[in-house]
Structure formats: C-alpha cells, structure tokens
Design a protein around this ligand. Structure first.
Ligand SMILES: Nc1nc(=O)c2c([nH]1)NC[C@@H]1CN(c3ccc(C(=O)N[C@@H](CCC(=O)O)C(=O)O)cc3)C=[N+]21
Length: 286
C-alpha cells in the first residue's frame, strides 16, 4: 500500500514546536509574549469546541490568550465595543471573532472594526484587498495552511492546473488567489458549475472546500494529482471531508485525510499569524 497521505497533524506539530521555541526566546529577550483574544458569541457547540482547541494551542506554545464568551443575545454594538477595547489593549496582538455569529449580526461590519494590524484571521477588507493585490497581508488561516501542505509534498505549484471547488470568502476564494500568486493556472468551481467532474479531472492540484461529503468522487481525480480536502461535515458524530477518500487515495500522488489534514493547520496558522502581528507591532525581525 502506498503511503501518500499528507500528515497535517504531524506537520502542524512541527511548526508549533518551532513557534514555541521562538516565543520562548522572545520572552527571555524582551520579557513579553504574543497575545490572542478570541470573541465567541452564543452557544454553537462546534464553535465552543474550536475555541477551546485554540485556547489550548496558545497555552501549549507559551502564547497569552483570552476568550470572551458572550451570550447569544449580545448586540452588535456590544461586540464592537469589546473589539475597540481589544484594539487598544497592549497585551493583545491578534483578535479573532469566531464565526458564525448569531443571526442579526453582520459579520463584515464586526470584522471591519478589528484593527487591520490585529486581524489575524485576515478577514478585514484591508487584508483581503492586499491579498488580492499581491501585497503583504494577514492571510486567512485555512488557505495559508493549505498552501503550506501543498509545499510540504515538494511538488511545484508554478504552471500547474489548480482547481478549487468552493468559493467561500474564508476558504475557496482566498485559496484561489494564493494559488494564483504562486503562478498556478487556477479555476474556481462552485454550486452553479456545470459538469464539475470535467473540471476536477483537469486538476494537478485539487482543493475542495465545500462541506458536502463525497462530492468529489474518486474517479474524478486525475492520476498523480495532489488532493487537499478542506471540507468538514459531521456525519453521525464523525468528521468527514468532501473527497471519496479510499478511491481518491489510489489515484492521487498526495492526499490529505479528514480529520488530521487541513484542520490542524488552520489553528497553527492562527498562532503563526499572531506571532507575526506581535513582531510587526514591536518592530522585531520577521
Ligand atoms: N473567525 C473564525 N476563524 C476560523 O478560523 C474559524 C472560524 N471562525 N469558525 C469555524 C472555522 C472552523 N475552523 C477549524 C479549526 C480547526 C479545525 C481542526 O483542528 N480540526 C481537526 C479535528 C477537530 C475535531 O475532531 O473536531 C482536524 O481536522 O483534524 C477544524 C476547523 C476554524 N474556523
């Protein structure tokens, strides 16, 4: 059996070990550490799980973190008030508002209140715009992790046919831009795409970020393709991806599992972005 699985968990672990080392050195030298503030509104159980994972990950690498758990009936103005306080808080380098927010709250309006220098999710229009322009910006965590995983395989992105399935603002769209910035030939497929199979079959690099189990059939995978599965759907309490894994694995040169692929990289890139924000704020070397 060929071992062509991209072990996101292991890769993430190694990156986090490096971050921990760097934070320890910074602490020794400057007597301070990077800090992340997470705002969690409401009682969505998945969100609570993810936020706890982020909290634990911060602690493990020696990063300061605080979580603001707010009730479901919190108003948009109250969230904005908290953001404005955190913008001015010297302990805080990164601010993240966990999505989804309860109904009636406009996610963009809230995210635009985060100071772009502390926007470690990369959701602010300034950062999204800079990414679009190919300028330096905070890159959204999942797309950044996806590019890292592709690079880990050692295959070159330049000139390849990359197909991204899904066009969300947090995964599909920014991933497509990043692949374009890496000089891939990029195609974006979505719910209105006709003949998805035809497009997917062309992909040397396939990224799926839809959230529909097995929307990508094994037979659609081009022989030798790199397959990145960013889909996560809970089915009977189990996390499953977008790709028909067992069949796809035989055709792919490299493939990510779900769980243990893209997911662990998302949190790792959040930690990395927070460290980056800290270094920028205090003018330390990159
Ligand atoms: N402002 C904001 N930023 C986010 O980055 C953000 C968000 N809101 N809302 C929700 C999504 C989802 N997300 C994940 C993080 C880690 C895993 C992860 O580590 N998954 C593990 C398994 C986790 C499990 O077992 O449930 C894995 O795939 O191996 C998955 C998904 C971040 N998100």
């Amino acid at each position: 059996m060929k071992n062509n699985i991209i072990d996101g968990k292991e890769i993430a672990k190694n990156i986090r070990a490096g971050l921990a080392k760097e934070i320890e050195m910074i602490k020794e030298k400057y007597g301070k550490v990077p800090g992340l503030a997470v705002i969690l509104v409401g009682h969505d159980p998945a969100s609570h799980t993810y936020v706890s994972m982020k909290e634990k990950a911060c602690k493990k690498i020696g990063m300061y973190s605080e979580v603001h758990r707010l009730s479901e009936d919190t108003t948009q103005d109250q969230i904005i008030e908290l953001i404005e306080k955190l913008n001015k808080d010297d302990k805080i380098d990164g601010i993240l508002v966990q999505l989804p927010l309860p109904k009636g709250i406009n996610e963009n309006i809230v995210n635009y209140k985060i100071s772009p220098e502390k926007d470690v999710d990369g959701f602010h229009a300034i950062n999204a715009g800079n990414l679009f322009l190919g300028e330096k910006s905070f890159v959204p965590c999942t797309p950044k992790g996806i590019i890292r995983l592709i690079k880990e395989t050692g295959i070159e992105i330049e000139g390849k046919n990359a197909v991204v399935v899904g066009r969300s603002n947090i995964v599909g769209k920014p991933t497509a831009i990043l692949l374009l910035n890496e000089n891939a030939t990029v195609k974006i497929c979505h719910s209105r795409t006709r003949d998805l199979a035809k497009h997917v079959k062309e992909a040397d690099i396939l990224v799926s970020a839809v959230g529909k189990p097995e929307i990508i059939k094994g037979e659609m995978i081009k022989e030798g393709a790199v397959v990145i599965d960013a889909g996560t759907t809970k089915v009977d309490g189990k996390l499953v991806g977008d790709v028909e894994f067992d069949l796809a694995k035989d055709r792919a040169s490299w493939i990510t599992p779900v769980p243990g692929g893209v997911g662990p990289m998302t949190i790792t890139m959040l930690l990395e972005n927070t460290l980056e924000a800290f270094k920028k704020r205090w003018n330390l070397e990159p």
